[in-house]
Design a protein. Structure first.
Length: 112
């Protein structure tokens, strides 16, 4: 299947990505880190960092999370131990759920 030329995003998604970008920019400015310096530390271009800070939803998730981690924006927990604990709990819950989801079969009524 071909990729669509333009993807739409929900308002919630756009607002969440914008919030992450604002948090990253705020932390960068609070720590007095220049754009070029943070971009080099993350291994990305300045333009990509600007896109992250502006809340562009087309940016790779891993890159945005790495930049957030570099400036100290907590994503799911304030520290690594908290993230690991949360991951463990979610994995335990996932182990209890079915591995796949199937549509219910339509019951055939063949009584004549």
């Amino acid at each position: 299947m071909a990729k669509p030329k333009y993807r739409t995003y929900s308002r919630y998604t756009r607002q969440a990505v914008t919030l992450l970008g604002l948090l990253i920019r705020t932390r960068r400015l609070e720590q007095r880190i220049q754009v070029q310096e943070l971009a080099e530390r993350a291994g990305i271009s300045r333009d990509l960092l600007y896109r992250i800070e502006k809340g562009d939803p087309r940016v790779e998730l891993g890159v945005a999370f790495e930049v957030a981690a570099l400036v100290g924006v907590p994503l799911f927990a304030p520290d690594l131990a908290g993230v690991q604990e949360h991951s463990y709990r979610v994995a335990e819950k996932l182990a209890l759920l079915p591995q796949s989801v199937r549509k219910d079969r339509e019951i055939v009524d063949d009584d004549f």
